[in-house]
Design a protein around this ligand. Sequence first.
Ligand SMILES: [Zn+2]
Length: 304
Amino acid sequence: MDQQVYAIGVKGQKWGDAEKAQWINVQSIKRSYQDEVLVKVQALKDLFDVEQYGALSYDVERYPLLAVKSKNWDANKATILVTGGVHGYETSGVQGAIRFAETKAADYAKHFNILVAPCISPWGYETINRWNPKAIDPNRSFYADSPAEESAALIKLLADLDVEIFAHIDLHETTDTDNSEFRPALSARDAVEHTNWNIPDGFYLVGDTIHPQDEFQTAIIKSVEQVTHIAPADDDGKLIGVDLAQFGVINYATKALGLCAGVTDAKYVTTTEVYPDSPLSDDENCIVAQVAAITGGLDYLLSL
Ligand SMILES: [Zn+2]
């Protein structure tokens, strides 16, 4: 985790514009938002209202931002928000949100209003990045006057919608590249040393420190457990350096950290963390795990 291992910048000095320019120069498009996301979302038009809520200024034609809303929006129903691709490289977050919309959301729309924003960071999706082109992490930028337009666009969508969100599930992954690339890059950008930790081997959840909703998290873990393995705590009883709240669950201060999971005042909030690099897992298994997390959470809410 020593920042000397990162190719850009000088140890002990924060990145300036020159280092950020160096960083963006080595990024490249590796997959197609059009083919892997937009085509699938547009195909949902018969089942749902598909709305464009913005476009990334880097290339407004290439990066329209789409949200999927249940039809027959009903003020008497509780509203559910599902977000994916806040970190664009975390593939199953995007594909899991789409799969949920394709296969499950219509059933749950009998009980809830459902809003799915499947790919908050399409540039990150295409370039397999955690940051946006300005070397900003959208998932630390969900606050007023956000410097990340990905985050600002979702905040505006929710403000324009102007409904209370009952539950919000934000879909993520924790990957081996977090330790090999993204955390070293962060350490270099900010000229700070990070505590080292191992990437958890399996699925886990990040709840909210202030409103942990333990039973909601438990229900999601039990649902995901049917399809993939849950990450055991490390030797210190932690996951990514944080004490376990319960098996497979840690809590973060979502609002204070500017996380997407803190973007609403929802009573029930969680962030999923799928582990895609396990030999026990594959792309499809990761997508299925994301869907199981959403449906496990929604089934719990229906049981209340
Ligand atoms: Zn993430």
